[in-house]
Design a protein around this ligand. Structure first.
Ligand code: NAD
Length: 489
């Protein structure tokens, strides 16, 4: 049984709602420092010419600790450190690198609870998510790539009696990694684990809104890696991104963030013609067919939870199911009312309270952006089924960045259906039949994820539609399957 350091509610005998002490307050399980430097070449280094900025807690809007606002001089030092470390790290055996990744996973697991609390407080996401998903998944990622690097093989092909072609994988060199604030540690793990498993070294630039949790992780795992294999430099992406990606000697850039920034970074990568990996935005459709309401059973309840998934991580997820498409009969059958009732019951509150289902948005910038869309939705003529404004929390959360979970009903041509809001805002439209569902689902510039809810696998797998168009593929309960674009032939 996990032991909790609690602030208000201390479960003496039975597990139940628990509120963790905030990092920085007396009694917290997170030993937060007042200032965090850059991690370069295995050392904690002050920014050479830059200064510091305050990292604000989304739940209160108050400063937690300071982080470095670096300049190009720090990028230079970090790339040099990564370049020096590269030959030695690339020369290690896959066995040795896998052992390091396994050791990292074990160390993170040992500190899972403190990392989860730190991540939750800095990002605003409910601690039940960081305890149950973000950090366990990050740990698993290191284990996955420890195995992958041991089992990956090249290929060999005999082209003729005189000619044999063989391929084997080699590390690229120094990889620039730029990550967002919505899953700071998980996104870092997604990028770091495969890169270092393959023998690359890394310069990582966290998002300015979440600069510290990954440094907290580096404090825990830094001794497991040779100096310079992972370097972390904080500061403005707008100022540091270009010099980092265009630096002679950086061999690849991996980015997760907005589509607009991804496009800019691909432009920087042209200078040295380096490969890019981009994970960008989405406006995922979540399609519900009439048969969901055939019975008010477990599947019906599960579908309602699926509808409510737009509020997971306060909607700050790239594949957030932010467009619910309902077949007409579901409205008359009461499914929409039931689903909106469930949304009204989402527990919004302190991210460090284990009973909280939705915490604050990550930053004031996010609150302003989302608030703009809440106004726009009304102006566009959408009806507000619930929510629609900032959530007033009171007490010491009154300065926090809370937004009410919001459901709009409208049509797919509205901007609130077309643009990525990246907040707890669901837009609902209706359709009459399968073909119209596919047409609306695919009427978007994005294509990252989607969900299909039906009791009929002919519908979810798309077989029924083949008479008229090729298919959508999906499953009865997932939110991460892709709808294929219809083939006009
Ligand atoms: P963002 O693009 O504003 O910032 C991401 C990172 O890029 C930050 O570290 C930022 O400092 C840096 N950055 C900003 N401007 C830069 C520039 N000109 N050059 C180089 N770096 C720059 O995105 P965000 O608002 O932090 O994150 C939210 C976005 O990320 C959403 O659009 C979301 O859909 C997307 N996202 C996608 C995935 C995925 O797997 N596809 C996962 C998470 C988030």
């Amino acid at each position: 049984m996990t032991t909790y350091a609690t602030r208000e509610i201390a479960p003496e005998t039975a597990p139940g709602p628990t509120v963790y002490v905030r990092p920085g307050e007396t009694g917290s399980i997170v030993p937060l420092k007042t200032r965090y430097e850059n991690f370069i070449g295995g050392e904690w280094l002050k920014p050479i010419k830059g200064g510091y900025a305050a990292d604000l807690a989304p739940a209160t809007g108050l400063p937690t600790a300071e982080y470095a606002r670096s300049t190009v001089e720090d990028i230079d030092m970090a790339v040099r450190a990564a370049s020096s470390a590269f030959p030695g790290w690339a020369a290690t055996t896959t066995h040795d690198r896998a052992a390091v990744l396994m050791a990292i996973a074990d160390r993170l697991e040992e500190h899972l609870e403190t990392i989860a609390v730190m991540e939750s407080w800095e990002n605003g996401k409910p601690v039940r998510e960081t305890l149950g998903a973000d950090i366990p998944l990050a740990i698993d990622h290191f284990r996955y790539f420890a195995a992958a690097i041991r089992t990956q093989e090249g290929t060999i092909k005999k082209l003729s009696n005189e000619l044999v072609s063989y391929h084997f994988r080699e590390p690229i060199g120094v990889v620039a990694q730029i990550i967002p604030w919505n899953f700071p540690i998980l996104m870092a793990a997604w990028k770091l684990a495969p890169a270092i498993a393959a023998g690359n070294t890394v310069v990582l630039k966290p998002a300015s809104a979440t600069p510290i949790s990954i440094l907290y992780v580096m404090e825990l795992i830094g001794d497991l890696l040779p100096a310079g294999v992972i370097n972390v430099v904080n500061g403005s992406g707008a100022h540091l991104g270009r010099p980092l990606v265009e630096y002679d000697g950086v061999g690849k850039v991996a980015f997760t963030g907005s589509t607009a920034t991804g496009r800019e970074i691909m432009g920087y990568a042209i200078k040295n013609i380096i490969p890019t990996t981009m994970e960008l935005g989405d406006k995922s459709p979540n399609v519900f067919f009439d048969d969901v309401a055939r019975s008010k059973d477990d599947f019906y309840t599960k579908a309602i939870e699926g509808f409510t998934m737009f509020a997971v991580n306060k909607g700050e997820i790239c594949s957030c199911p932010s467009r619910a498409l309902l077949q007409d009969g579901l409205v008359t059958a009461g499914f929409l009312d039931d689903a909106v009732d469930r949304v009204k019951r989402i527990t919004v509150g302190d991210p460090l309270d284990t009973s909280t289902e939705m915490g604050p948005q990550n930053s004031l910038d996010q609150v302003e952006k989302i608030s703009g869309y809440l106004t726009l939705g009304v102006e566009e003529g959408a009806s507000t089924l619930t929510g629609g404004k900032r959530a007033e929390m009171g007490g010491d959360l009154s300065g926090g960045y809370f937004i009410e979970p919001t459901v709009f009903r409208g049509t797919n041509d509205m901007r609130i259906f077309q643009e990525e809001i990246f907040g707890p805002v669901l837009t609902v439209a209706t359709f009459s039949d399968y073909d119209e569902a596919i047409a609306i689902a695919n009427d978007t510039i994005y294509g990252l994820g989607s969900g299909v809810w039906s009791r009929d696998t002919d519908v979810t797998y798309g077989r029924r539609a083949r008479t008229s168009r090729p298919a959508a593929c999906g499953s009865t309960r997932t939110t991460s399957t892709h709808l294929l674009r219809s083939d006009p032939s």
